[in-house]
Ligand binder design. Structure first.
Ligand SMILES: NC(=O)c1ccc[n+]([C@@H]2O[C@H](COP(=O)([O-])OP(=O)(O)OC[C@H]3O[C@@H](n4cnc5c(N)ncnc54)[C@H](O)[C@@H]3O)[C@@H](O)[C@H]2O)c1
Length: 373
């Protein structure tokens, strides 16, 4: 059974289709959502051999002319060099303004191919086909696209909503367990900021969710699908309420990011997966929230306990506070070196843009990293 989750954005509205086996339906769904019949499928070196042929076959049988472009797996591909190579591939594929880019992969492919679609010929249609849990519940929905610069992550980008999102949860069977756990951090995030019921569901399902995909029962897999669907719904509601991050609502999705980005940077990109770094950032923000935003300490403990229960890290092992503090000053969302945080008043309710006294920053760090420098 597949689910359809609407993203309501007036003339830019679209549907998220979520379910098992949906890759086979990609072509017919795309035919209803995009104008032209020429598509470039962008994927990475892990995903293309697993799902590239199935996606292309489905598109071809629905009448599309299909070309493929493959980038190396990993964050380093969100680069200007890969983007330039993709512009060439798009030209070679003969895409005109009615053509479409199909992003088949995780958040890296989604952000990179999304930015390609946003900028090639001043914008062509984009179909997101997320194959990681993080991409399904977070990056494929909402239209944020972009690449990294040597100076930092996501520094160049554009808002470009997809015309369609097709998430085949069967693709998660081949996703490494560590990546599945990192994706669960994105679901914990939306529960913590917006939905205490989802948070409780995650707490009660944590044992099954943390187990390797192959050893899960059918009921646990169904539960996973429900959890992904709820995560998508929350993301869709937030995006519909604040498409361009202007009112503060969408900024709530940055929960855990201020400290998480600093951890990614100081540890060296690639040491922690994005979702793992966000988990560490959420544990930090939970302690700050208990100090400053009225979050009951027991609820901060529940958040940290859930992250641990899902097999996620909650502390930045071996990283020193002065470097982490300095890295928070250069976050692109920091205003004049004073980092801003999303804090929780309670589980399910968050506030964005909170300035935090220096002493509380360090105290929160010490409370989750008692042995650090
Ligand atoms: N645009 C947004 O709103 C948004 C939101 C959150 C994160 N992001 C971005 O998302 C990126 C992280 O995304 P990610 O965690 O999906 O990482 P990713 O795209 O690097 O994928 C993780 C790994 O899994 C592999 N993979 C993907 N699907 C697979 C499958 N089904 N089977 C086997 N292997 C598979 C990939 O090749 C890669 O090695 C970051 O660049 C982050 O900045 C963007």
């Amino acid at each position: 059974m597949s689910k359809l989750i609407p993203v309501r954005l007036g003339p830019r509205s679209y549907a998220i289709h979520l379910g098992a086996g949906l890759l086979e339906a990609l072509g017919p769904l795309a035919r209803e959502s995009v104008r032209g019949r020429n598509g470039l499928v962008v994927s990475d070196g892990h995903v293309q051999p697993l799902y590239g042929a199935r996606a292309a076959d489905s598109l071809r049988s629905a009448g599309f002319t299909v070309s493929a472009a493959v980038v190396p797996p990993g964050e380093a591909s969100k680069s200007s060099a890969q983007l330039l190579a993709l512009y060439d591939a798009t030209l070679r594929a003969g895409l005109d303004r009615s053509g479409c880019i199909v992003a088949l992969g995780g958040g890296v492919v989604g952000d990179l191919a999304g930015f390609l679609a946003a900028t090639y010929l001043r914008g062509v249609a984009l179909v997101q086909v997320p194959t990681t849990l993080l991409a399904m519940v977070d990056s494929s929905v909402g239209g944020k696209t972009g690449i990294n610069l040597p100076a930092g992550k996501n520094l160049v980008g554009a808002f470009h909503q997809p015309a369609l999102v097709v998430a085949d949860i069967n693709t998660l069977r081949t996703l490494p367990d560590r990546e599945v756990r990192a994706g669960l951090a994105a679901v914990v995030k939306v529960g913590a900021i917006r939905d205490a019921v989802l948070f409780q569901t995650l707490e009660s399902a944590a044992g099954g969710l943390a187990r390797p995909w192959k050893t899960r029962t059918a009921a646990e897999r169904d539960r996973m699908e429900e959890i992904i669907a709820r995560g998508c719904e929350i993301k869709a509601e937030i995006v519909a309420g604040d498409e361009r991050e202007e009112s503060g609502l969408r900024a709530l999705l940055n929960f855990g990011h201020t400290f998480g980005h600093a951890v990614e940077q100081v540890a060296g990109y690639g040491t922690y997966l994005h979702g793992e770094a966000v988990a560490i950032g959420m544990a930090f923000a939970a302690r700050l929230s208990a100090r400053l935003a009225g979050l009951p300490p027991a609820e901060a403990d529940r958040l940290i306990g859930l992250l641990r229960g899902l097999g996620l890290p909650v502390a930045a092992q071996g990283l020193a506070w002065p470097e982490l503090r300095a890295a928070m000053g250069v976050d692109k969302k920091a205003q004049a070196h004073a980092p801003r945080f999303v804090l929780l008043g309670r589980l399910g309710a968050a506030v964005a843009g909170c300035a935090v006294p220096e002493a509380d920053l360090e105290a929160a760090f010490r409370s989750v990293n008692p042995k650090s420098e």
